[in-house]
Design a protein around this ligand. Structure first.
Ligand code: FAD
Length: 454
Protein backbone atom coordinates (compact mmCIF):
# COMPACT_ATOMS: atom_id res chain seq x y z
CA UNK A 1 0.00 0.00 0.00
CA UNK A 2 1.19 3.50 -0.61
CA UNK A 3 -0.49 6.78 0.24
CA UNK A 4 -3.30 7.93 -2.00
CA UNK A 5 -2.62 11.32 -3.37
CA UNK A 6 -5.74 13.46 -3.45
CA UNK A 7 -5.02 13.63 -7.17
CA UNK A 8 -5.31 9.94 -7.70
CA UNK A 9 -8.18 8.07 -9.17
CA UNK A 10 -8.38 5.36 -6.60
CA UNK A 11 -8.88 2.53 -9.04
CA UNK A 12 -5.61 3.18 -10.80
CA UNK A 13 -3.60 4.44 -7.86
CA UNK A 14 -1.11 2.33 -6.01
CA UNK A 15 -3.72 1.79 -3.33
CA UNK A 16 -6.19 -0.12 -5.44
CA UNK A 17 -9.75 -1.11 -4.73
CA UNK A 18 -8.58 -4.53 -3.67
CA UNK A 19 -6.06 -3.09 -1.20
CA UNK A 20 -8.75 -1.00 0.41
CA UNK A 21 -11.20 -3.91 0.32
CA UNK A 22 -8.68 -6.06 2.18
CA UNK A 23 -8.15 -3.38 4.79
CA UNK A 24 -11.87 -2.94 5.10
CA UNK A 25 -12.44 -6.62 5.72
CA UNK A 26 -10.16 -6.31 8.71
CA UNK A 27 -11.70 -3.11 10.03
CA UNK A 28 -15.39 -3.64 9.45
CA UNK A 29 -16.08 -5.99 12.38
CA UNK A 30 -14.46 -3.51 14.80
CA UNK A 31 -16.37 -0.59 13.31
CA UNK A 32 -19.66 -2.45 13.43
CA UNK A 33 -19.06 -3.47 17.03
CA UNK A 34 -18.20 0.07 18.09
CA UNK A 35 -21.12 1.78 16.42
CA UNK A 36 -23.75 -0.85 17.25
CA UNK A 37 -22.77 -1.92 20.71
CA UNK A 38 -21.73 1.20 22.61
CA UNK A 39 -24.15 3.85 23.86
CA UNK A 40 -21.60 6.54 23.16
CA UNK A 41 -21.50 5.88 19.43
CA UNK A 42 -25.08 4.66 18.98
CA UNK A 43 -26.87 7.80 20.16
CA UNK A 44 -26.82 11.07 18.33
CA UNK A 45 -28.52 14.32 19.17
CA UNK A 46 -29.72 16.56 16.41
CA UNK A 47 -32.41 18.94 15.43
CA UNK A 48 -34.55 17.41 12.73
CA UNK A 49 -36.91 20.36 12.59
CA UNK A 50 -34.82 23.30 11.51
CA UNK A 51 -36.33 25.22 8.64
CA UNK A 52 -34.68 24.97 5.28
CA UNK A 53 -32.63 28.17 5.05
CA UNK A 54 -32.66 28.24 1.24
CA UNK A 55 -36.24 27.73 0.07
CA UNK A 56 -39.70 26.98 1.38
CA UNK A 57 -39.94 23.29 2.09
CA UNK A 58 -43.48 23.31 3.41
CA UNK A 59 -44.73 20.76 0.91
CA UNK A 60 -41.65 18.69 0.57
CA UNK A 61 -42.09 16.24 3.40
CA UNK A 62 -41.93 12.57 2.60
CA UNK A 63 -45.05 10.82 3.84
CA UNK A 64 -43.69 7.27 3.66
CA UNK A 65 -43.45 5.45 6.92
CA UNK A 66 -39.87 4.54 5.96
CA UNK A 67 -38.96 8.24 6.11
CA UNK A 68 -39.91 8.49 9.77
CA UNK A 69 -37.31 8.61 12.54
CA UNK A 70 -37.98 7.13 15.96
CA UNK A 71 -36.73 9.59 18.51
CA UNK A 72 -35.91 8.61 22.07
CA UNK A 73 -37.49 9.58 25.34
CA UNK A 74 -35.08 11.12 27.80
CA UNK A 75 -35.55 8.06 30.01
CA UNK A 76 -33.93 5.90 27.32
CA UNK A 77 -30.70 7.80 27.05
CA UNK A 78 -27.74 7.64 29.43
CA UNK A 79 -28.40 9.77 32.47
CA UNK A 80 -25.44 12.09 31.97
CA UNK A 81 -26.87 13.32 28.70
CA UNK A 82 -30.36 14.18 30.00
CA UNK A 83 -31.21 17.84 30.08
CA UNK A 84 -32.07 17.84 33.79
CA UNK A 85 -28.63 16.41 34.46
CA UNK A 86 -26.97 18.88 32.15
CA UNK A 87 -28.81 21.69 33.90
CA UNK A 88 -27.69 20.38 37.27
CA UNK A 89 -24.10 20.12 36.17
CA UNK A 90 -23.96 23.55 34.71
CA UNK A 91 -26.28 25.41 37.09
CA UNK A 92 -29.40 27.33 36.19
CA UNK A 93 -27.58 30.50 35.24
CA UNK A 94 -25.24 28.84 32.86
CA UNK A 95 -24.75 30.84 29.73
CA UNK A 96 -23.26 29.80 26.53
CA UNK A 97 -19.55 30.06 27.16
CA UNK A 98 -17.33 31.18 24.35
CA UNK A 99 -14.59 28.78 23.49
CA UNK A 100 -12.00 30.96 25.18
CA UNK A 101 -14.03 30.94 28.36
CA UNK A 102 -14.35 27.19 28.18
CA UNK A 103 -10.63 26.85 27.87
CA UNK A 104 -10.09 29.25 30.74
CA UNK A 105 -12.07 27.01 33.06
CA UNK A 106 -9.11 24.73 33.40
CA UNK A 107 -8.96 21.06 34.29
CA UNK A 108 -11.09 21.38 37.44
CA UNK A 109 -14.12 22.21 35.30
CA UNK A 110 -13.41 20.17 32.24
CA UNK A 111 -15.65 19.74 29.27
CA UNK A 112 -16.18 16.38 27.78
CA UNK A 113 -15.87 17.57 24.26
CA UNK A 114 -12.43 19.04 24.73
CA UNK A 115 -10.61 16.18 23.20
CA UNK A 116 -7.19 15.71 24.65
CA UNK A 117 -7.77 17.86 27.72
CA UNK A 118 -7.59 16.17 31.04
CA UNK A 119 -11.28 15.44 31.14
CA UNK A 120 -11.25 13.01 34.03
CA UNK A 121 -14.49 11.20 34.69
CA UNK A 122 -16.68 14.22 35.20
CA UNK A 123 -18.73 13.76 32.06
CA UNK A 124 -19.94 17.31 31.61
CA UNK A 125 -21.32 17.73 28.14
CA UNK A 126 -20.20 20.93 26.57
CA UNK A 127 -22.40 23.78 25.53
CA UNK A 128 -21.40 24.90 22.16
CA UNK A 129 -23.60 25.58 19.22
CA UNK A 130 -21.27 28.12 17.75
CA UNK A 131 -19.04 27.44 14.83
CA UNK A 132 -15.41 27.20 15.68
CA UNK A 133 -13.25 28.90 13.06
CA UNK A 134 -12.00 25.51 12.07
CA UNK A 135 -15.37 23.79 11.69
CA UNK A 136 -16.37 22.46 8.29
CA UNK A 137 -19.89 21.91 9.49
CA UNK A 138 -22.66 23.65 11.31
CA UNK A 139 -22.46 21.94 14.68
CA UNK A 140 -25.32 20.12 16.33
CA UNK A 141 -25.75 21.48 19.82
CA UNK A 142 -25.70 18.88 22.53
CA UNK A 143 -25.92 21.28 25.44
CA UNK A 144 -28.91 21.62 27.75
CA UNK A 145 -30.08 24.66 25.83
CA UNK A 146 -29.98 22.82 22.58
CA UNK A 147 -33.22 21.93 20.92
CA UNK A 148 -33.41 18.61 19.27
CA UNK A 149 -33.85 14.96 19.88
CA UNK A 150 -31.72 12.01 20.71
CA UNK A 151 -31.98 9.23 18.20
CA UNK A 152 -30.57 5.77 18.12
CA UNK A 153 -28.55 5.37 14.93
CA UNK A 154 -28.85 1.62 15.33
CA UNK A 155 -32.64 1.66 15.38
CA UNK A 156 -32.95 4.03 12.43
CA UNK A 157 -30.85 2.35 9.74
CA UNK A 158 -29.96 4.16 6.57
CA UNK A 159 -31.82 2.36 3.78
CA UNK A 160 -34.41 2.81 1.05
CA UNK A 161 -37.10 5.28 2.06
CA UNK A 162 -38.77 6.13 -1.23
CA UNK A 163 -37.73 9.76 -0.91
CA UNK A 164 -37.25 10.98 -4.49
CA UNK A 165 -38.62 13.43 -7.01
CA UNK A 166 -38.35 17.20 -7.05
CA UNK A 167 -37.39 17.71 -3.42
CA UNK A 168 -34.52 15.22 -3.47
CA UNK A 169 -33.38 16.49 -6.85
CA UNK A 170 -33.40 20.07 -5.64
CA UNK A 171 -31.21 19.18 -2.67
CA UNK A 172 -28.66 17.27 -4.74
CA UNK A 173 -28.66 19.95 -7.43
CA UNK A 174 -28.06 22.62 -4.81
CA UNK A 175 -25.23 20.69 -3.28
CA UNK A 176 -23.49 20.18 -6.60
CA UNK A 177 -24.37 23.49 -8.19
CA UNK A 178 -24.48 26.13 -5.50
CA UNK A 179 -21.60 24.72 -3.62
CA UNK A 180 -19.39 24.08 -6.57
CA UNK A 181 -16.43 26.34 -6.93
CA UNK A 182 -16.93 26.62 -10.66
CA UNK A 183 -20.70 26.88 -10.68
CA UNK A 184 -20.68 29.38 -13.50
CA UNK A 185 -19.16 26.82 -15.79
CA UNK A 186 -22.00 24.37 -15.91
CA UNK A 187 -25.44 25.07 -17.24
CA UNK A 188 -28.63 24.12 -15.49
CA UNK A 189 -29.37 21.34 -17.90
CA UNK A 190 -26.12 19.61 -17.12
CA UNK A 191 -25.93 16.40 -15.25
CA UNK A 192 -24.27 17.81 -12.22
CA UNK A 193 -23.20 14.43 -11.09
CA UNK A 194 -20.72 14.26 -13.91
CA UNK A 195 -19.30 17.71 -13.44
CA UNK A 196 -15.83 18.15 -12.04
CA UNK A 197 -15.11 14.51 -12.37
CA UNK A 198 -11.50 13.47 -12.01
CA UNK A 199 -10.56 14.37 -15.52
CA UNK A 200 -7.69 12.29 -16.73
CA UNK A 201 -6.75 8.72 -17.43
CA UNK A 202 -9.01 5.82 -16.87
CA UNK A 203 -11.91 7.81 -15.42
CA UNK A 204 -12.03 10.10 -18.44
CA UNK A 205 -12.01 7.15 -20.82
CA UNK A 206 -14.72 5.45 -18.84
CA UNK A 207 -16.73 8.63 -18.81
CA UNK A 208 -16.45 8.93 -22.58
CA UNK A 209 -17.78 5.44 -22.98
CA UNK A 210 -20.68 6.24 -20.64
CA UNK A 211 -21.44 9.38 -22.67
CA UNK A 212 -21.22 7.31 -25.81
CA UNK A 213 -23.77 4.89 -24.41
CA UNK A 214 -26.02 7.76 -23.46
CA UNK A 215 -25.72 9.12 -27.00
CA UNK A 216 -24.30 12.41 -25.75
CA UNK A 217 -20.68 12.17 -26.74
CA UNK A 218 -21.10 13.09 -30.38
CA UNK A 219 -23.12 16.23 -29.68
CA UNK A 220 -20.56 17.37 -27.17
CA UNK A 221 -17.74 16.78 -29.60
CA UNK A 222 -19.63 18.71 -32.31
CA UNK A 223 -20.01 21.64 -29.98
CA UNK A 224 -16.31 21.53 -29.30
CA UNK A 225 -15.63 21.82 -33.03
CA UNK A 226 -17.85 24.85 -33.52
CA UNK A 227 -16.58 26.66 -30.45
CA UNK A 228 -13.02 25.46 -30.13
CA UNK A 229 -12.12 27.93 -27.45
CA UNK A 230 -14.62 26.63 -25.00
CA UNK A 231 -13.43 23.86 -22.80
CA UNK A 232 -14.29 20.38 -23.93
CA UNK A 233 -17.51 18.93 -22.57
CA UNK A 234 -18.49 21.50 -20.03
CA UNK A 235 -21.22 19.33 -18.59
CA UNK A 236 -19.04 16.41 -17.83
CA UNK A 237 -16.12 18.03 -16.20
CA UNK A 238 -13.55 16.79 -18.69
CA UNK A 239 -12.43 20.36 -19.04
CA UNK A 240 -11.41 20.39 -15.43
CA UNK A 241 -8.01 19.13 -16.34
CA UNK A 242 -6.69 22.37 -14.94
CA UNK A 243 -9.01 22.39 -12.00
CA UNK A 244 -6.96 22.75 -8.88
CA UNK A 245 -6.61 19.84 -6.57
CA UNK A 246 -8.67 21.25 -3.71
CA UNK A 247 -11.71 21.88 -5.87
CA UNK A 248 -11.60 18.36 -7.20
CA UNK A 249 -11.29 16.94 -3.71
CA UNK A 250 -14.35 18.91 -2.65
CA UNK A 251 -16.33 17.42 -5.50
CA UNK A 252 -15.09 13.91 -4.83
CA UNK A 253 -16.12 14.06 -1.18
CA UNK A 254 -19.66 15.07 -2.14
CA UNK A 255 -19.94 12.58 -4.95
CA UNK A 256 -18.51 9.81 -2.75
CA UNK A 257 -21.06 10.61 -0.05
CA UNK A 258 -23.84 10.53 -2.63
CA UNK A 259 -22.52 7.18 -3.89
CA UNK A 260 -22.56 5.79 -0.37
CA UNK A 261 -26.17 6.90 0.17
CA UNK A 262 -27.15 5.31 -3.16
CA UNK A 263 -25.36 2.09 -2.19
CA UNK A 264 -27.24 1.89 1.09
CA UNK A 265 -30.61 2.43 -0.45
CA UNK A 266 -29.92 -0.17 -3.18
CA UNK A 267 -28.56 -2.66 -0.65
CA UNK A 268 -31.53 -2.40 1.70
CA UNK A 269 -34.30 -1.83 -0.76
CA UNK A 270 -37.98 -2.39 -0.10
CA UNK A 271 -39.61 -4.67 -2.61
CA UNK A 272 -43.00 -3.05 -2.64
CA UNK A 273 -44.69 -6.13 -4.05
CA UNK A 274 -43.47 -8.63 -1.47
CA UNK A 275 -42.87 -6.16 1.37
CA UNK A 276 -39.38 -7.63 1.84
CA UNK A 277 -36.12 -5.77 2.31
CA UNK A 278 -33.07 -6.82 0.35
CA UNK A 279 -30.48 -5.93 -2.30
CA UNK A 280 -31.81 -4.51 -5.57
CA UNK A 281 -29.35 -5.30 -8.33
CA UNK A 282 -30.97 -3.08 -10.95
CA UNK A 283 -30.77 -0.14 -8.57
CA UNK A 284 -27.04 -0.80 -8.14
CA UNK A 285 -26.44 -1.17 -11.87
CA UNK A 286 -28.27 2.03 -12.66
CA UNK A 287 -26.75 4.23 -9.97
CA UNK A 288 -23.27 2.82 -9.44
CA UNK A 289 -22.11 0.05 -11.73
CA UNK A 290 -22.48 2.19 -14.84
CA UNK A 291 -20.68 5.09 -13.13
CA UNK A 292 -17.19 3.94 -12.18
CA UNK A 293 -16.19 7.46 -11.19
CA UNK A 294 -18.81 7.45 -8.43
CA UNK A 295 -17.44 4.20 -7.06
CA UNK A 296 -13.95 5.63 -7.29
CA UNK A 297 -15.07 8.63 -5.25
CA UNK A 298 -16.54 6.33 -2.63
CA UNK A 299 -13.20 4.54 -2.22
CA UNK A 300 -11.50 7.91 -2.14
CA UNK A 301 -13.71 8.90 0.80
CA UNK A 302 -12.89 5.69 2.57
CA UNK A 303 -9.20 6.51 2.37
CA UNK A 304 -9.77 10.11 3.46
CA UNK A 305 -12.00 9.40 6.47
CA UNK A 306 -9.95 6.44 7.62
CA UNK A 307 -6.84 8.59 7.50
CA UNK A 308 -8.57 11.17 9.73
CA UNK A 309 -9.60 8.49 12.23
CA UNK A 310 -6.08 7.09 12.28
CA UNK A 311 -4.57 10.52 12.76
CA UNK A 312 -6.92 11.11 15.67
CA UNK A 313 -6.17 7.74 17.25
CA UNK A 314 -3.30 8.75 19.56
CA UNK A 315 -5.27 11.68 20.98
CA UNK A 316 -8.22 9.42 21.79
CA UNK A 317 -6.11 7.52 24.29
CA UNK A 318 -6.67 10.37 26.75
CA UNK A 319 -10.31 10.84 25.97
CA UNK A 320 -13.16 9.87 28.28
CA UNK A 321 -16.10 8.42 26.39
CA UNK A 322 -18.75 9.48 28.86
CA UNK A 323 -21.97 7.54 29.09
CA UNK A 324 -22.25 7.84 32.86
CA UNK A 325 -21.12 4.26 33.43
CA UNK A 326 -17.34 4.15 33.94
CA UNK A 327 -17.16 0.43 33.18
CA UNK A 328 -18.90 0.92 29.85
CA UNK A 329 -16.73 3.95 29.14
CA UNK A 330 -13.61 1.84 29.53
CA UNK A 331 -15.00 -0.77 27.16
CA UNK A 332 -15.81 1.94 24.61
CA UNK A 333 -12.31 3.30 24.85
CA UNK A 334 -10.79 -0.15 24.39
CA UNK A 335 -12.92 -0.66 21.27
CA UNK A 336 -11.84 2.68 19.82
CA UNK A 337 -8.23 1.85 20.47
CA UNK A 338 -8.52 -1.59 18.94
CA UNK A 339 -10.00 0.01 15.85
CA UNK A 340 -7.55 2.86 15.42
CA UNK A 341 -4.57 0.61 16.04
CA UNK A 342 -5.54 -1.67 13.11
CA UNK A 343 -5.16 1.20 10.67
CA UNK A 344 -2.19 2.70 12.52
CA UNK A 345 -0.21 -0.47 11.88
CA UNK A 346 -0.63 -0.03 8.13
CA UNK A 347 1.18 2.47 5.95
CA UNK A 348 -0.75 5.73 5.54
CA UNK A 349 -3.41 5.39 2.86
CA UNK A 350 -4.10 9.04 2.16
CA UNK A 351 -1.68 11.91 1.89
CA UNK A 352 -3.36 15.09 3.03
CA UNK A 353 -0.15 17.08 3.10
CA UNK A 354 -0.47 17.86 -0.62
CA UNK A 355 -3.56 19.96 -0.14
CA UNK A 356 -3.78 23.69 0.45
CA UNK A 357 -0.08 24.15 -0.13
CA UNK A 358 0.64 25.15 -3.73
CA UNK A 359 -0.72 27.72 -6.14
CA UNK A 360 -4.08 29.09 -5.08
CA UNK A 361 -4.37 26.26 -2.54
CA UNK A 362 -3.71 28.18 0.70
CA UNK A 363 -6.23 30.89 -0.18
CA UNK A 364 -8.88 28.27 -0.94
CA UNK A 365 -9.07 26.77 2.49
CA UNK A 366 -11.60 29.21 3.90
CA UNK A 367 -13.71 28.97 0.78
CA UNK A 368 -13.57 25.19 0.97
CA UNK A 369 -14.62 25.26 4.61
CA UNK A 370 -17.49 27.69 4.01
CA UNK A 371 -18.78 25.70 1.09
CA UNK A 372 -18.74 22.55 3.13
CA UNK A 373 -20.68 24.33 5.87
CA UNK A 374 -23.25 25.25 3.25
CA UNK A 375 -23.59 21.62 2.30
CA UNK A 376 -24.35 20.82 5.92
CA UNK A 377 -26.98 23.59 6.00
CA UNK A 378 -28.69 22.19 2.90
CA UNK A 379 -29.40 19.06 4.94
CA UNK A 380 -32.16 21.02 6.68
CA UNK A 381 -33.92 21.07 3.30
CA UNK A 382 -34.08 17.28 2.98
CA UNK A 383 -37.76 16.40 3.07
CA UNK A 384 -37.44 12.96 4.65
CA UNK A 385 -36.49 12.71 8.30
CA UNK A 386 -34.53 9.49 7.97
CA UNK A 387 -32.56 10.87 5.00
CA UNK A 388 -32.08 14.14 6.84
CA UNK A 389 -30.77 12.28 9.87
CA UNK A 390 -28.17 10.36 7.89
CA UNK A 391 -27.40 13.34 5.68
CA UNK A 392 -26.63 15.34 8.80
CA UNK A 393 -24.59 12.59 10.42
CA UNK A 394 -22.52 12.12 7.28
CA UNK A 395 -21.89 15.78 6.52
CA UNK A 396 -20.87 16.20 10.16
CA UNK A 397 -18.64 13.15 9.82
CA UNK A 398 -16.91 14.40 6.68
CA UNK A 399 -16.69 17.85 8.26
CA UNK A 400 -14.93 16.36 11.28
CA UNK A 401 -12.59 14.37 9.03
CA UNK A 402 -11.67 17.46 6.99
CA UNK A 403 -11.10 19.41 10.19
CA UNK A 404 -8.78 16.76 11.59
CA UNK A 405 -6.88 16.47 8.32
CA UNK A 406 -6.54 20.10 7.36
CA UNK A 407 -6.72 22.12 10.56
CA UNK A 408 -4.19 20.20 12.62
CA UNK A 409 -0.65 20.00 11.50
CA UNK A 410 0.81 16.52 11.69
CA UNK A 411 3.83 17.75 13.57
CA UNK A 412 2.26 20.34 15.80
CA UNK A 413 1.30 19.90 19.45
CA UNK A 414 -2.07 21.43 18.73
CA UNK A 415 -4.75 18.96 19.78
CA UNK A 416 -7.81 18.50 17.57
CA UNK A 417 -10.86 19.83 19.41
CA UNK A 418 -13.91 17.74 18.65
CA UNK A 419 -17.34 17.71 20.23
CA UNK A 420 -19.05 14.42 21.07
CA UNK A 421 -21.39 14.82 18.13
CA UNK A 422 -18.43 15.22 15.78
CA UNK A 423 -16.72 12.12 17.09
CA UNK A 424 -19.89 10.06 16.86
CA UNK A 425 -20.52 11.36 13.34
CA UNK A 426 -16.94 10.65 12.26
CA UNK A 427 -16.94 7.00 13.34
CA UNK A 428 -20.45 6.39 12.04
CA UNK A 429 -19.58 7.94 8.69
CA UNK A 430 -16.59 5.65 8.36
CA UNK A 431 -18.89 2.74 9.18
CA UNK A 432 -21.30 3.87 6.45
CA UNK A 433 -18.54 3.91 3.84
CA UNK A 434 -17.17 0.64 5.11
CA UNK A 435 -20.61 -0.96 4.68
CA UNK A 436 -20.88 0.54 1.21
CA UNK A 437 -17.56 -0.98 0.16
CA UNK A 438 -18.78 -4.32 1.39
CA UNK A 439 -22.12 -4.00 -0.40
CA UNK A 440 -20.41 -3.00 -3.66
CA UNK A 441 -18.26 -6.10 -3.52
CA UNK A 442 -21.36 -8.24 -3.02
CA UNK A 443 -23.12 -6.47 -5.86
CA UNK A 444 -20.14 -7.07 -8.16
CA UNK A 445 -20.36 -10.77 -7.41
CA UNK A 446 -24.07 -10.71 -8.24
CA UNK A 447 -23.40 -8.95 -11.55
CA UNK A 448 -20.73 -11.51 -12.45
CA UNK A 449 -23.08 -14.36 -11.58
CA UNK A 450 -25.76 -12.83 -13.75
CA UNK A 451 -23.33 -12.43 -16.64
CA UNK A 452 -22.16 -16.01 -16.31
CA UNK A 453 -25.73 -17.26 -16.41
CA UNK A 454 -26.69 -15.35 -19.52
P1 FAD B 1 -30.26 10.98 -7.38
O1 FAD B 1 -29.53 10.04 -6.49
O2 FAD B 1 -31.27 11.89 -6.77
O3 FAD B 1 -29.17 11.84 -8.16
C1 FAD B 1 -29.50 13.06 -8.86
C2 FAD B 1 -28.46 13.27 -9.97
O4 FAD B 1 -27.15 13.40 -9.39
C3 FAD B 1 -28.35 12.06 -10.91
O5 FAD B 1 -29.24 12.16 -11.96
C4 FAD B 1 -26.91 12.12 -11.36
O6 FAD B 1 -26.76 13.01 -12.44
C5 FAD B 1 -26.20 12.70 -10.18
N1 FAD B 1 -25.54 11.70 -9.34
C6 FAD B 1 -26.07 10.59 -8.79
N2 FAD B 1 -25.17 9.98 -8.03
C7 FAD B 1 -24.03 10.70 -8.09
C8 FAD B 1 -22.74 10.56 -7.52
N3 FAD B 1 -22.45 9.57 -6.68
N4 FAD B 1 -21.82 11.46 -7.82
C9 FAD B 1 -22.11 12.49 -8.63
N5 FAD B 1 -23.31 12.68 -9.19
C10 FAD B 1 -24.26 11.79 -8.93
N6 FAD B 1 -33.22 7.92 -0.40
C11 FAD B 1 -33.40 6.75 0.29
O7 FAD B 1 -34.12 5.87 -0.17
N7 FAD B 1 -32.76 6.56 1.48
C12 FAD B 1 -31.95 7.48 2.04
O8 FAD B 1 -31.42 7.28 3.13
C13 FAD B 1 -31.74 8.71 1.34
N8 FAD B 1 -30.95 9.67 1.85
C14 FAD B 1 -30.84 10.86 1.17
C15 FAD B 1 -30.04 11.85 1.73
C16 FAD B 1 -29.93 13.07 1.09
C17 FAD B 1 -29.08 14.14 1.69
C18 FAD B 1 -30.65 13.31 -0.14
C19 FAD B 1 -30.56 14.64 -0.82
C20 FAD B 1 -31.42 12.32 -0.68
C21 FAD B 1 -31.52 11.09 -0.04
N9 FAD B 1 -32.28 10.05 -0.58
C22 FAD B 1 -32.43 8.88 0.10
C23 FAD B 1 -32.84 10.17 -1.94
C24 FAD B 1 -31.86 9.58 -2.97
O9 FAD B 1 -30.54 10.06 -2.75
C25 FAD B 1 -32.25 9.95 -4.41
O10 FAD B 1 -32.34 11.34 -4.52
C26 FAD B 1 -33.54 9.31 -4.87
O11 FAD B 1 -33.47 7.92 -4.71
C27 FAD B 1 -33.80 9.62 -6.37
O12 FAD B 1 -32.73 9.10 -7.12
P2 FAD B 1 -32.40 9.50 -8.61
O13 FAD B 1 -32.23 8.26 -9.40
O14 FAD B 1 -33.38 10.49 -9.10
O15 FAD B 1 -30.94 10.17 -8.57
Amino acid sequence: VCAISPKAIVSDACASYSTLDTLNRELRPALTDLTRNTDYFAYYRLNLHNECPFWSDANAMCGNIACAVNTLDEADIPKTWRSEELGRLEGPKAEHPGRQLQKARGPERPLQGELGDDVGESCVVEYDDECDDRDYCVPEDEGANGRGDYVSLVDNPERFTGYAGESAKQVWDTIYRENCFSKSSFPKSASYGESLLAPTGQAADELRSVLQEQGRLQALEERQKTTPNTPFVTETGLEHEDECLEKRVFYRVISGMHASISTHLCWEYLNQTTGEWGPNLDCYKERLHGHPERVSNLYFNYALVLRAVTKLGPYLQDYTFCSGDPAEDRVTKAKVQALTSIAADKPAIFDESLMFVNGEGPSLKEDFRNRFRNVSRVMDCVGCDKCRLWGKVQTAGYGAALKVLFEFDNNSKDIPVLKRTELVALFNTLTRISNSLNAIQEFRIMVEAEETES
